[in-house]
Design a protein around this ligand. Structure first.
Ligand SMILES: Cc1ncc(C[n+]2csc(CCOP(=O)(O)OP(=O)(O)O)c2C)c(N)n1
Ligand SMILES: [Mg+2]
Length: 662
């Protein structure tokens, strides 16, 4: 067959698999794959460096379908090129329970799905992290081992979402020239024409952010090819604005929002079969076309073999380190480093804020774990995220270890997820706990994907003082604890902070948030214990003098108050124990026996946390006493606001005694 004709048929195979799968599932989005099939075909047959037989090859190019609703485009490509996880049965079971071909691409369901997309804009924002991680790994391991592109297909929706602004300005600033974004410029979204809601000149917008931009006809394979050749040579990230027609080939629905998100129906599909002269039954791909696709999927094997040869010839130490990092294993000896540091803390008993404890722990960690990449959304001095090892990453300077993300919490969180997903890197980044709201969509996706991204959230209560209620988190701990598969740590002192960091680093399939104080806290773990007690999520920090009449549960900065309250109660003859609760989710993972023992049978149970009550009933029951916040905070000194809201040892002791005598 003539090469051009074959290319067209290969693109058509994507279209029909997508149409047929959506039709069979009775739901899904046929329009995007139909409009972008040429782009995908050029990319996957001529440019993308991959070997379908080895989808985890670390130096593969990444392809990110940011417009996740067009998932059938990706599934078709993975099937056609011969990725092992997606066979024709998976295509036939698109969107069915238990299939790998979920409604939107889900990371972990099938190799070749590099990230979870669906919430528009996330994939584009992840891609900044992928592209940055590639540069960082390249700087550390050299051209022989690391040199690949990150390709993105984004829709109008991705570009309208706010996170895209954070992502593109960060990528432009860092001159991530191996990032190449296709914009599926079809002028249509769900409500109708994009012009209903947006008139942005997107190329000018990207250009203003320092991008290389091109405008092409997205159905023209020569223009696509030419654009990709130029993009690969760019010294800046590239936007290829590709004019397309949504649902291309559907006789009446093409170019309209009717092709966006529902099955086309038998008549339209029959019309499309005529339009493309496609005479095959649903899900049937002509043998020569499937063969051509499979050949494309295997074509990268030689590049992979060349890479393997370079890898085998590399310095053995470098190789061991590369493998360790790509596999996400911590360095041997890490536990010993933490143990030594905990001994030192037990001797020193520092009275510092936990944000400072976190910095001190990071100084030790960053010295021992070269894959950590720190950062902050313009609050470096407040989040205490920078250590002596972490000089600034900047355009062309990718060998360093600190990212000034700018005031881009959402973009930072999404980029960190991209770095984690890329592999070889453990990113952590900071902002105020209150502004976790600005990062939350990506924090949730980190949990859904089950990846090790670490969020450092300081100024974790009204204790931050005079900045007032806009900055004082109240519901944030509860809101973050509500996310499944997310470890929310609230350490009480330097030892707990170190233990929580150790757990966050060891937690390969669950992201972590460390909630840290601005105010100084005394050391409460004054004896060295080898075991990581925070691992239990909750543990008895102070035993009662006799059979406990009272148990006080608290976290973080309120442990100091809990211990003082227990002192008052003990003084009045009420045996009181204090349980530190650094992490709800880890506590739930303990045995029933452990949980029952830790919760105990004291007559009065109290929880103290300078946040809302939500979640604490698990510890104190519906009739427990809660000392904490019942509404928003107030601007004032820490000495004023804690008493103002009744969060003191005296208030707690008084409430307990009223109950004991009542
Ligand atoms: C954050 C977010 N908001 C809303 C949606 C729902 N949604 C899915 S696709 C879509 C329209 C996207 O338009 P576009 O990117 O132009 O895709 P096209 O219709 O061209 O395929 C919307 C609003 C979503 N997936 N994510
Ligand atoms: Mg669109």
């Amino acid at each position: 067959m003539h090469e051009r004709a074959q290319h067209d048929r290969m693109a058509d195979a994507i279209r029909f698999l997508s149409m047929d799968a959506v039709e069979k599932a009775k739901s899904g989005h046929p329009g995007l794959p139909m409009g972008t099939a040429e782009i995908a075909t050029v990319l996957f047959t001529k440019f993308l460096k991959y070997d379908a037989a080895d989808p985890h090859w670390p130096d593969r190019d990444r392809f990110i379908l940011s417009a996740g609703h067009g998932s059938m485009l990706l599934y078709s490509l993975l099937y056609l090129t011969g990725y092992p996880d997606i066979d024709i049965d998976q295509i036939k079971h698109f969107r069915q329970l238990g299939s790998r071909t979920a409604g939107h691409p889900e990371y972990g369901h099938a190799a070749g799905i590099e990230t979870t997309t669906g919430p528009l804009g996330q994939g584009l924002a992840n891609s900044v992290g992928f592209a940055l991680a590639e540069r960082i790994m390249n700087a550390q391991f050299g051209d022989d081992l690391v040199g690949h592109y990150t390709y993105v297909l984004a829709g109008d929706g991705c570009l309208m979402e706010g996170v895209s602004q954070e992502a593109i300005t960060l990528a432009g600033h860092l001159k991530l020239n191996k990032l190449i974004v296709f914009w599926d410029n079809n002028g249509i979204s769900i409500d109708g024409a994009v012009s209903l809601a947006d008139t942005t000149n997107q190329p000018e917008r990207f250009a203003a952010a320092g991008w290389n931009t091109m405008e092409i006809d997205g159905l023209d394979i020569d223009q696509i090819t030419d654009a990709l050749e130029k993009a690969q040579k760019s010294d800046r990230p590239t936007l290829i604005a590709a004019k397309t027609t949504i649902g291309w080939g559907a006789p009446t629905k093409a170019g309209t929002n009717k092709a966006h998100g529902s099955p086309l129906g038998a008549e339209e599909i029959a019309g499309a079969r005529k339009f493309f002269s496609w005479d095959r039954a649903p899900f049937e791909v002509p043998e020569d076309i499937l063969e051509a696709w499979r050949a494309a999927g295997a074509a990268g094997a030689s590049k992979r073999a060349e890479w393997q040869a370079r890898y085998d010839a590399a310095d053995p130490e470098l190789r061991v380190e590369f493998e360790r990092r790509v596999n996400g294993k911590l360095p041997a000896g890490f536990d010993g480093v933490i143990a030594d540091y905990k001994k030192k803390l037990a001797a020193d008993k520092p009275k510092v804020a936990t944000r400072k404890s976190s910095e001190m722990a990071l100084e030790v960690i960053n010295g021992a774990v070269p894959e950590t990449i720190g950062g902050s959304a313009d609050l470096t001095g407040s989040n205490n995220t920078k250590t002596s090892q972490t000089d600034n990453i900047s355009a062309g300077n990718y060998g360093n270890r600190y990212v000034h993300y700018g005031i881009r919490e959402h973009g930072m969180a999404a980029a960190m997820n991209g770095m984690t997903l890329h592999g070889g890197i453990i990113p952590y980044g900071g902002t105020f706990l209150c502004f976790s709201d600005y990062a939350r969509p990506s924090m949730r996706l980190a949990s859904l994907m089950g990846i090790r991204t670490i969020f450092v959230m300081t100024h974790d209560s009204i204790g931050l003082g005079e900045d007032g209620p806009t900055h004082q988190p109240v519901e944030h701990l509860a809101a973050l604890r509500a996310i499944p598969n997310h470890l929310v740590f609230r350490p009480a002192d330097a030892t707990e902070a170190t233990e929580c960091w150790q757990l966050a680093l060891e937690s390969r399939k669950t992201p972590s948030t460390l909630a840290l104080t601005r105010q100084n806290l005394p050391a409460v773990r004054t004896d060295y214990v080898e075991e990581n007690l925070c691992r239990y999520g909750a543990y008895e920090l102070a035993a009662a003098s006799g059979e406990a009449a009272v148990t006080i549960f608290a976290s973080g900065s309120e442990i100091e108050i809990a211990l003082a309250a227990s002192g008052l109660l003990e003084g009045h003859g009420h045996p009181t124990r204090v349980v530190s609760v650094p992490c709800f989710e880890l506590f739930e993972a303990q045995s029933d026996d452990y949980k029952a023992k830790t919760l105990g049978k004291a007559k009065v149970k109290v929880a103290i946390e300078a946040g809302i009550r939500l979640g604490w009933d698990r510890f104190i029951g519906l009739d427990g006493i809660f000392i904490g916040m019942h509404g928003f905070g107030a601007s004032g000194t820490i000495e004023q606001v804690y008493p103002h809201f009744g969060i003191t040892a005296e208030d707690a002791a008084k409430a307990v005694e009223a109950r004991l005598h009542g």
